[in-house]
Design a protein around this ligand. Structure first.
Ligand SMILES: [Zn+2]
Length: 192
C-alpha cells in the first residue's frame, strides 16, 4: 500500500505522517486543546479563509516550540554559570597603562614572560600586543564572571516563567523573547 504522506508541521520534525494529520501524534499531544480545536475549526473553514487556517497552524507550531523553552533557558543558564566559574567567578578590573589596558586579576590577556617578569620589578609596567584599548578593557571587565552568574539567575527565572506559561495555556503568556535570544546566543551551535 502506497499511502500519501507529508512532513509533520512541527518545526524541525522530519516525521512523515499520513494526509489528514497536521503533526505526528507525539507533537500534536503537546498542543493545548483550545489551540487544537481552533485548528480543526479553521481547517473546516479553510476553503473560505486560508489565512485563518495558516494562522491557526502557526499558533500550534508556536505552542509546540514553547514546550522546549524551559529546558533551553535552563541549559543556557547552566552553560553560562559553568563558564563563569571556570573563569574564576570573581569580578574583574581593567588596568590602564600607557601601552594599553589589561584586565585583572585573571589577566585574560596574557603578557609575554619577559614583560610579565617586569610587572613587579622596578621597570615601568609594560605590556605587549595582547593589550586592548581602555574602552574594550572596561567593557570586558564589566562583563565579568560575577555578572555572568547573575545573568544565569535571570535565565533560570525566565525558565520558570516559561514553565508557568505552559501550565496556564489559556492566559496570555509572559514575554520571554529577550531571554530566549540570550539563551540562543549562549548555546550557539549547541542549540537544542
Ligand atoms: Zn512531529
Amino acid at each position: 500500500m502506497d499511502e500519501a504522506t507529508h512532513k509533520c508541521a512541527r518545526r524541525r520534525c522530519a516525521t512523515q505522517i499520513r494526509m489528514g494529520l497536521l503533526m505526528c501524534p507525539p507533537d500534536w499531544a503537546l498542543v493545548p486543546q483550545h489551540i487544537q480545536r481552533a485548528v480543526y475549526r479553521a481547517y473546516r473553514a479553510r476553503p473560505r479563509d486560508w489565512a485563518a487556517y495558516a494562522a491557526a497552524v502557526r499558533d500550534a507550531q508556536n505552542a509546540v516550540d514553547a514546550t522546549e523553552y524551559p529546558a533551553t533557558l535552563q541549559h543556557a543558564a547552566t552553560i553560562l554559570r559553568a563558564r563563569a566559574q571556570a573563569a574564576g567567578g570573581e569580578q574583574w578590573e581593567a588596568h590602564d597603562f600607557t601601552e594599553g589596558t589589561i584586565v585583572r586579576p585573571r589577566s585574560i590577556f596574557r603578557l609575554p614572560p619577559s614583560i610579565s617578569s617586569q610587572l613587579h620589578g622596578p621597570d615601568p609596567w609594560r605590556c605587549g600586543p595582547p593589550c586592548v584599548t581602555p574602552e574594550d578593557g572596561v567593557f570586558i571587565a564589566t562583563m565579568n564572571p560575577q555578572l555572568a552568574a547573575l545573568f544565569a539567575d535571570l535565565l533560570e527565572e525566565a525558565s520558570a516563567i516559561a514553565t508557568a506559561n505552559l501550565k496556564n495555556p489559556r492566559q496570555a503568556p509572559r514575554d520571554i523573547t529577550k531571554a530566549l535570544a540570550v539563551a540562543h546566543e549562549i548555546l550557539g551551535s549547541d542549540r537544542a
